[in-house]
Design a protein around this ligand. Structure first.
Ligand SMILES: Cc1cc2nc3c(=O)[nH]c(=O)nc-3n(C[C@H](O)[C@H](O)[C@H](O)COP(=O)(O)O)c2cc1C
Ligand code: SF4
Length: 446
């Protein structure tokens, strides 16, 4: 896949934001020397240490910045939950696992502008009283790990990390921790377990990490992109950030688009833009649209009409019973087959379930096996209802949000593209024999 860059400076006569991507198309923008020429770390030398910790948290609350890892939780509010003066350290952990299928924005950030992440971590660390911070990164992202480690070393050499940063009295160390590559390790409590050296499986919440996270101490887990927005907010203020986006979804966001468009890649756009305009920005749709996954594989799919009418903000997608998620957009055209798309998504979730909760472990496996049979033309009447029942049975009955994220594609694809599933059943001459649900055993699906 080509990561098309640079994106146009304006779109439909309006300037596009460059909060996160300012250096993406600057030659050697990932190096400290070039990044500094373009204003990197100016929050440290000019603004950061003039402000109190409270002021910074308040500014981030007022900016309306929401977490870009998937759930869209208000960032400043999360920070305000961190208890003070507990006698324990406060940890900051950056989530660079980026495992959601279709998502490839954070890895671009880490190679194109790692210093913006480090600057954001210093801003955030200072506001929260953090002495030690981690970046948890997917182990196979070798170019990203190298770029980040090089940038951290440059920052140490320049006195931007370590003891007494720029004579401010504030000290911060950053460690890069490589994960072994499991989707569930992107879930914040599984990530913390993995960081501590345990099996990467989610913990029961509460307690939430902000109260008791890494090493049983208060811990803020934030996505790469979330923290990269912080320097702009600290430097220019909440109002400047709010010049983009909508009232409830302010600012800009990175969207990674793949699927049936001509220029797949990562783009920074204001929240609230229409998906239809975004498809045009990405070179236009290939063929006639059938549907779109609007925010990563967990996000319920939209049909053609919804895809062309929806706007890229948290509220619109919630109203459509979907979500903005990680910002991975995948439109597909009428030459694609929704059944095989769902089959590949379901295979992924069955493989990635961590296995702690019975409904998730067993249910995702059953759905996967039924779908494989349906896609192979061996489906029978009752299979579609059975898949729906199974997905509903693990949607809200487990420890973590993996299970609802695995259920939503199943439920939404069946709802939006039912006729495609029925057509597959009709391919099986035996389909009308149906299933005897009472005699159903796991072996029936093997
Ligand atoms: C199964 C699962 C996988 C996740 N994967 C990621 C991920 O790869 N990157 C990420 O930032 N957040 C991921 N999240 C969300 C994190 O749990 C957490 O909400 C996020 O890192 C918080 O950061 P934010 O508030 O800045 O978004 C995942 C959640 C679940 C349930
Ligand atoms: S819901 Fe699935 S992934 Fe999450 S803890 Fe339970 S078994 Fe593991």
């Amino acid at each position: 896949m080509t990561l098309v860059w640079p994106q146009p400076k304006t779109w439909n006569g309006k300037e596009l934001p460059r909060i996160l991507t300012r250096l993406f198309d600057v030659e050697n923008g990932h190096t400290l020397a070039v990044a500094k020429q373009h204003g990197a770390y100016s929050t440290i030398s000019k603004t950061l240490f003039d402000k109190s910790q409270f002021e910074i948290i308040q500014t981030v609350i007022e900016s309306g910045l929401r977490g870009r890892g998937g759930a869209g939780f208000p960032t400043g509010m999360k920070w305000s939950f961190v208890p003070r003066n507990t006698g324990k350290p406060v940890y900051l952990v950056i989530n660079a696992d980026e495992g959601e299928p279709g998502t490839f924005k954070d890895r671009l950030c880490l190679t194109r502008d790692p210093h913006l992440l480090i600057e954001g971590m210093i801003n955030t660390g200072y506001a929260l009283g953090v002495r030690t911070a981690y970046v948890y990164i997917r182990g196979e992202m070798l170019p990203q790990i190298r770029a980040l480690n090089d940038a951290i070393q440059e920052a140490y050499n320049a006195g931007l990390l370590g003891e007494n940063i720029q004579g401010s009295g504030y000290s911060l160390d950053i460690y890069v921790h490589r994960g072994a590559g499991a989707y569930i390790c992107g879930e914040e409590t599984a990530l913390i377990n993995s960081l501590e050296g345990f099996k990467g499986q989610p913990r029961l919440k509460p307690p939430f990490p902000a109260v008791s996270g890494a090493f049983a101490a208060p811990t803020v887990v934030n996505n790469v992109e979330t923290i990269m927005a912080v320097p702009y907010i600290v430097q220019h203020g909440a109002k400047a950030y709010r010049q983009w986006g909508t009232d409830k979804s302010p600012g800009s966001k990175l969207f990674s688009i793949s699927g049936d468009v001509h220029k797949q890649g990562v783009y920074e756009v204001p929240l609230g833009m229409k998906y239809a305009d975004f498809f045009d920005l990405a070179g236009g749709l290939k063929g006639e649209i059938l549907g779109c996954i609007p925010g990563g594989s967990s996000a319920p799919v939209l049909d053609a009409k919804e895809s062309m009418e929806a706007t890229m903000d948290y509220e619109c997608l919630a109203a459509l019973k979907s979500m903005l998620g990680s910002g991975a957009v995948t439109p597909f055209n009428t030459t694609r087959d929704p059944v095989t798309i769902l089959e590949s998504i379901a295979r992924f979730y069955a493989h990635e379930s961590c296995g702690q909760c019975t409904p998730c472990r067993e249910g995702t496996g059953y759905v996967n096996r039924i779908l494989q049979k349906v896609a192979a033309g061996q489906g029978r009447d009752g299979d579609i209802e059975l898949m729906k029942d199974l997905a509903e049975s693990y949607e809200w009955t487990t420890i973590c949000a993996f299970a609802p994220g695995a259920a939503w594609p199943v439920l939404s694809f069946i709802k939006k593209f039912r006729s495609h599933f029925d057509a597959y059943l009709a391919k099986n001459p035996q389909h009308a024999a149906g299933r005897d649900l009472k005699s159903l055993t796991p072996a029936a699906f093997m």
